[in-house]
Write a protein that binds this ligand. Structure first.
Ligand code: UDP
Ligand code: MG
Length: 312
């Protein structure tokens, strides 16, 4: 027998969980026709929900002992939820799935097959369309992936979902990365392992609404870049060098001009422009450095990634 842990991060998903449970039970019975040797564990991570997510999960557990949960003391974010799920999973394989059915459980048998039959360590999914999403959000998302892949050596796949099945050794590799600033898409790329990709069209969530505002996504993208690239720091240094060179050329130009034409005291508007321009660039570069410093500061505190108040 082998055990497959299904990890479901949930934040205010009281509406979606019943649909999810029904769907995953269907998938499990299909799954067990092909692979009768696999047992399931359904691990719900209640990420400090303020609605009835936890009672709903508890009522599932009353009738189904495959259901387990970890409940956080507050909202720690999905990344912490994924970490807690992996840490508390007992399976030989673990799969992460959203509660809103945007990650179709029906793909699971195929994904599992690529692990046990084809010898992959992981099967992951990416959506090839962003149908149903605001156009502007899709645009920025695409820009972000282009940028981060330029900046970082770690491969970060555009449209990759967190829906992914992994072998225990990959789970352990991920758990060995204890960083607090967790950008899971980068972590997957960083640990390596052979990954098979499944593609599907975007599916809209079954109930409830998305927990991601544009602002949250923007901050998250900056975290991703800071976590997996130090190129912006080099960029600041290069910018400094460039401006030093430009100013050097300008100094020579002004000396020569003064020698030829004398010394008319004019040109303060251009001076103001130059000062504000350079001031802006300096503050920007300081901000970039500050961003890294802040992250380093948070990491040195060594705080736990999540705090659980109840688990079963
Ligand atoms: N989620 C979570 N903690 C959070 C935000 C989201 O555990 O702070 C869960 C959420 O319940 C869902 C999954 O992460 O199961 C994906 O969230 P959502 O559907 O809101 O994101 P989207 O699919 O729109 O990217
Ligand atoms: Mg969703």
């Amino acid at each position: 027998m082998s055990l497959l842990s299904v990890i479901v991060p949930c934040y205010n998903e009281e509406q979606a969980i019943p649909f999810f449970y029904e769907e995953i039970c269907k998938t499990i019975s299909v799954f067990n026709k092909e692979f009768p040797e696999v047992d399931f564990e359904l691990l719900f991570i209640d990420d400090g929900s303020s609605d009835n997510t936890l009672p709903v999960v508890k009522s599932l557990r009353e009738n189904d002992k495959r259901v387990h949960f970890v409940s956080f003391s507050r909202n720690f974010g999905k990344e912490a939820g994924i970490y807690a799920g992996l840490e508390n999973s007992k399976g030989d394989y673990a799969v992460i799935m959203d509660a809103d059915l945007q990650d179709p459980p029906s793909l699971l048998p195929d994904m599992y097959r690529s692990l046990v039959v084809e010898g992959y360590d992981s099967a992951a999914t990416r959506r090839v369309t962003r149908k149903g999403e605001p156009v502007i959000r899709s645009f920025f998302a695409r820009m972000f992936y282009r940028l981060i892949n330029r900046l970082s050596k770690t491969e970060i796949v555009d449209g990759a979902r967190d829906y992914r099945i992994m072998t225990r050794r990959m789970v352990d590799a991920i758990l060995s990365m204890k960083e607090v600033n967790r950008f899971t898409k980068g972590i997957y790329g960083w640990v390596g392992f052979k990954t098979k990709w499944f593609e599907y069209e975007n599916i809209e969530r079954i109930a409830g609404e998305t927990k991601w505002s544009f602002w949250k996504l923007l901050l998250y993208s900056i975290e991703g870049i800071v976590a997996f690239s130090t190129t912006p720091l080099a960029f600041a240094a290069m910018l400094g060098l460039l401006f030093t060179l430009i100013s050097f050329v300008l100094i020579i130009f002004i000396i020569i001009r003064t020698l030829i034409l004398g010394d008319p005291t004019s040109g303060w508007p251009s001076m103001v422009c130059i000062i504000t321009f350079l001031g802006g660039i300096q503050l920007f570069c300081m901000g970039v450095i500050g961003e890294y410093l802040a992250k380093a500061y948070m990491e040195t505190k060594n705080r736990p990634i999540y705090i659980s108040k109840e688990e079963e």
